[in-house]
Design a protein around this ligand. Structure first.
Ligand code: ADP
Ligand code: MG
Length: 390
């Protein structure tokens, strides 16, 4: 069995068989490949409507990881509970799921682009804080609307799968070097593990984060900038036309909201970290200072993201007074996961990897001081005034 079932040759027949497309559309439609983690196909129908068909690879035994199950469950959740109809337009639009073949079909939103693309285009270094504000507001609404609602929690619990336990193992792949690690990672990977393990405090901070993990609302769990869509008309968009939509809910589950905000912040920090200039004779501090996207350019967006989030979901600070510290720690953990991904795909852990690990360590081990570094503001300036004790 080939790893992928659908190709540009047979995708149309499949969509016709599922009642999604009509036969007479076929000759007038276009099909293009969307390079991504999976073998995605983008179809343009005669009326201009676009469909994104995602499929998972099948292994030798014909099995898939089953990641679309969680995504589809989130869309079922939105349909099931009418309170969510007001913010359904802040999500992607899934229209068909085929569990047996691990295929999921979305309406492709062609008047949007993802935020990673938006920020990187033409190296403009253009980071309007208004955009981060809407991301913060959108995320806060999703968390707040589902916050501590028992029937929602039951929904996710009753459909729990092996891919989603409420309390994930945060130290996964980090706690000890197994023979598997030697096989999986290149020599550079061992350099990373040696460094990681030299900082005893890092492992302890992650273990603490794991112990205090508090599942209490619907969470995305992979909120990187390329999973956030921005309307092409974001400057002029009117009511009812969402500026920001969160897509790719393959890890969506009942989780800890600090993780989502932390992951989004880490994604902003990565723009800075991946733009640094490294070299054997350049000290780490110097590398970070020479970055072509200096941290100072991103600070207003990160501060706006946090401020808007807290303003729209102040309850979280009452329930969890150290919320912001945990957000910083989760962003450090997200950076470590990014290094692991880099090691797996590009097989390198150069000076930039060392820099990123240093930043991750500060976030995890000195979260309080990190707030000021990352936002360019004191924590008390980010918190709604009636809750600030400063
Ligand atoms: N419904 C959509 N409308 C517009 N763009 C999309 C849509 N879904 C995905 N994209 C674009 O395709 C990219 C990959 O899609 P995504 O669902 O995140 O797949 P993956 O699981 O491969 O990350 C996104 O980062 C975004 O740029
Ligand atoms: Mg994605």
């Amino acid at each position: 069995m080939p790893p992928f079932i659908l190709s540009s040759q047979n995708v149309f027949d499949y969509l016709i068989s599922q009642g999604i497309c009509a036969k007479h559309d076929q000759s007038l439609s276009e099909i293009e490949l969307k390079p991504a983690k999976n073998f995605n196909l983008l179809l343009t129908l005669p009326e201009g409507e676009k469909l994104l068909v995602k499929q998972e690879p099948h292994n030798q035994e014909g099995k898939t990881a089953g990641e679309f199950l969680l995504e589809w469950r989130v869309h079922e959740f939105l349909k099931r509970f009418s309170e969510f109809s007001q913010i359904r337009s802040s999500f992607s639009e899934a229209i068909h799921f085929d569990a047996e073949n691990s295929i999921i079909v979305f309406n492709y939103l062609s008047n949007y682009q993802d935020l990673a693309d938006f920020y990187s285009r033409e190296n403009l270094n253009f980071f309007p804080p208004e955009i981060a504000t809407v991301v913060g507001t959108t995320l806060a609404s999703i968390h707040r609307l589902s916050f501590e609602r028992q029937e929602y929690r039951e929904f996710f619990r009753n459909t729990e799968s092996r891919l989603s336990q409420e309390t994930p193992n945060l130290t996964r792949g980090l706690d000890r070097i197994t023979p598997e690690v030697f096989g999986k990672y290149p020599a550079d990977g061992l350099k990373f593990f040696a460094l990681y393990q030299r900082y005893d405090s890092l492992g302890k901070a992650i273990a603490h984060l794991s112990d205090t993990f508090t599942p209490c609302c619907l969470t995305h769990n992979d909120l990187k900038l390329n999973n956030i869509l921005l309307s092409l008309n974001w400057q002029t968009a009117g009511e009812g036309e969402p500026i920001i939509r969160l897509i790719d809910w393959e890890r969506g589950t009942w989780g800890d909201p600090a993780n989502d905000l932390g992951t989004a912040i880490a994604s902003y920090l990565q723009i800075w970290l991946y733009s640094m200039i490294t070299g054997r004779t350049i000290a780490i501090e110097e590398s970070l200072r020479l970055a072509t996207t200096p941290l100072q350019l991103l600070q207003p967006s990160i501060a706006a993201l946090i401020t808007a989030y807290l303003a729209h979901f102040p309850e979280i600070l009452e329930r969890c007074p150290d919320f912001l510290l945990r957000v910083m720690q989760f962003s450090g953990l997200a950076l470590i996961r990014a290094i692991q991904a880099m090691l797996q795909h590009q097989k390198t852990f150069g000076n930039s990897g060392i820099c990123i690990l240093q930043v991750a360590k500060s976030l995890l081990c000195r979260p309080e001081a990190s707030i000021t570094t990352v936002c360019g503001q004191q924590a008390s300036d980010l918190i709604p005034t009636h809750l600030s004790h400063a």
